[in-house]
Ligand binder design. Sequence first.
Ligand SMILES: [Zn+2]
Length: 468
Amino acid sequence: MLRPLLTLTGGLLAALAVVSAQAKPLSQEDISVAEVLRDRALESSDAYSIVESLTVEVGPRRAGTEGDRRAVAWALQKMKTLGFDRVYTEQIDVKRWHRGHAHAEVVAPFPQPLVVSSLGYSVPTPEGGLTAEIVEFADVEALTKAPAKKVKGKIVFINRRMERARTGEGYGPAVQGRSKGMRIAAEKGAVALLLRSVGTDSDRFAHTGMMSIEGVENPVPALALSAPDANLLEAMLKRGKPVEVKLDVDNELLADGPSFNVIGEITGREKPEEVMIIGAHLDSWDEGTGALDDGAGVAIVLETARLIAELPSRPRRTLRVVLFGAEEIGLVGAKQYVEAHRSELDNIIAVSESDFGAGKVWRFDTRLPENKFDIADQMMQLLAPLGIERGNNNSHGGPDGSVFVAQGVPAFGLYQDGTDYFDFHHTPNDTLDKVDPENLKQNVAAWVVMSFLVAEMEGDLGRVPTEH
Ligand SMILES: [Zn+2]
């Protein structure tokens, strides 16, 4: 294909270039700028120092806690140093909860301690703890089908293992036990829930996480159990004798309080009212330092914006970085953002969130109207050399992004390698040493291509029909 073209005269070549430029939505000039940004990101971006700063200077930052307040102050300060035109917060309301101690031990037939962690918003045990026999279920479906008399007065033990996958697709089915297990157990008269951690590691750490507590009439304590301890209970139960466990938990539900979405903008030079949103969530669980979830995402989108802010001129439309608050406890920041910004949703040209750890990006997903696919094809010219393949058009734009997608906002998904993400997710082991600075450079390179081209492109992306 190339050889005959090379024999054409320069004039003909230029004419051909003009024709092809007119046919394609992204101009050659814009692509050239994106290429420079990409290569700059690979050579000199430093997202690592941002996640290092967040984990060292703030650390755990569960929504509504003192750590969360310090994270908001950190984010405002950091954005001010990175070259944004405008930095501000928007208040959100969050349910608050105090994590106290959580102890669990087998008292019979083979007494020994267990490693557990309260699931988010678990109620406490009665003063002095509770002791009951455990009853095992393979998964939440088996619990749902069980007669109440099998469960009443017992501690429900859901023992479902999660499959490891690069896409993280084992998470969806496994997390059902965490999101619904306590409610179903409580309705059937159980006294507590013990859940095999939703995770892929064999470390003796329990994985915390949110469950649905809304409208549960008589909630019971709910704890995640480390994988080795779930194996231990499984083996004890196989010996055919009743296994009794004592739980002692002293959490506390607190009054609602404020948290914040923290927002930084690079104001568009031509269409400032049109906005590309790139995001991550600022909150984390409280037992690790939230390096992977989602300190890495915060660092990737902030560094992406910094590189774009360094260009000699602003992109055509506004690039808005939203660091969402309270993602972990139910996408609270994103839901309240969409509610508060309902009248300008048509001006949100697209959304994308980085929230899957710090692995390399390997796949580029989209959610675009069918007549806009050639934009993604053009972006692929710059993404393919980063080792990224074209994925599907089912991107949900990330957890917080999905709230926008539900309103028809187009989305992009730079899918990271999540093979080991769920080894650390929501554990005390989610710490900075899991983050590889080189992988972050590759992430920023991909993000800067996608973010710049959407902010700069001539046309728009339309709306994507929603299912309902
Ligand atoms: Zn997350």
